[in-house]
Design a protein around this ligand. Structure first.
Ligand code: HEM
Length: 127
């Protein structure tokens, strides 16, 4: 397997982990009103997201896949920013209806990103 494909698999595994971890933290914080006290569990999402971003940038450069030239890829990067911002809003808002809406929209953005990345189409799962 080429190093590029190994990196794609590494990136894909992190892509799944980021969303599952985010969903679990949302249920823990918003659903059960609990704080995360474990140091490793607090740091893990940052490690996952940093590696996801770094591997994505390396793949982008290796594949010469540029967001201003390839529409679905440009949309994917916009959605990544949307996912991050909604995630921050969900966890910085007071627990309640607003926080749940941000949380649900962030999860939708993540699912859309997966569809766009796998289908290489802006419509993602709908294409
Ligand atoms: C929440 C964030 C992200 C998710 C969920 C995600 C998801 C994925 C998935 C599932 C794949 C594999 C597609 C396949 O098997 O063909 C992939 C590939 C890729 N991703 Fe990401 N990604 C994310 C962030 C990023 C970022 C920030 C970048 C670049 C700055 C990036 C660049 C790429 C590139 C270049 C590929 C390889 C495309 C190819 O060769 O087919 N990704 N991504």
């Amino acid at each position: 397997m080429s190093t590029y494909m190994i990196l794609v698999h590494f990136h894909s595994a992190l892509a799944v982990l980021t969303g599952l971890g985010f969903a679990a933290r949302g249920v823990w914080r918003l659903g059960m009103g609990r704080a995360i006290n474990n140091r490793a569990l607090r740091i893990a999402p940052h490690v996952v997201d940093t590696l996801l971003l770094a591997s994505g940038i390396v793949l982008m450069v290796q594949a010469s896949l540029w967001p201003h030239l390839v529409a679905w890829f440009g949309l994917k990067l916009v959605l990544v920013v949307v996912y991050i911002v909604l995630g921050i809003l969900a966890f910085r808002s007071r627990p309640g209806a607003r926080a749940w809406v941000f949380f649900a929209l962030a999860l939708l953005a993540w699912i859309w990103i997966l569809g766009v990345a796998l289908g290489k189409s802006s419509l993602g799962w709908l294409a």
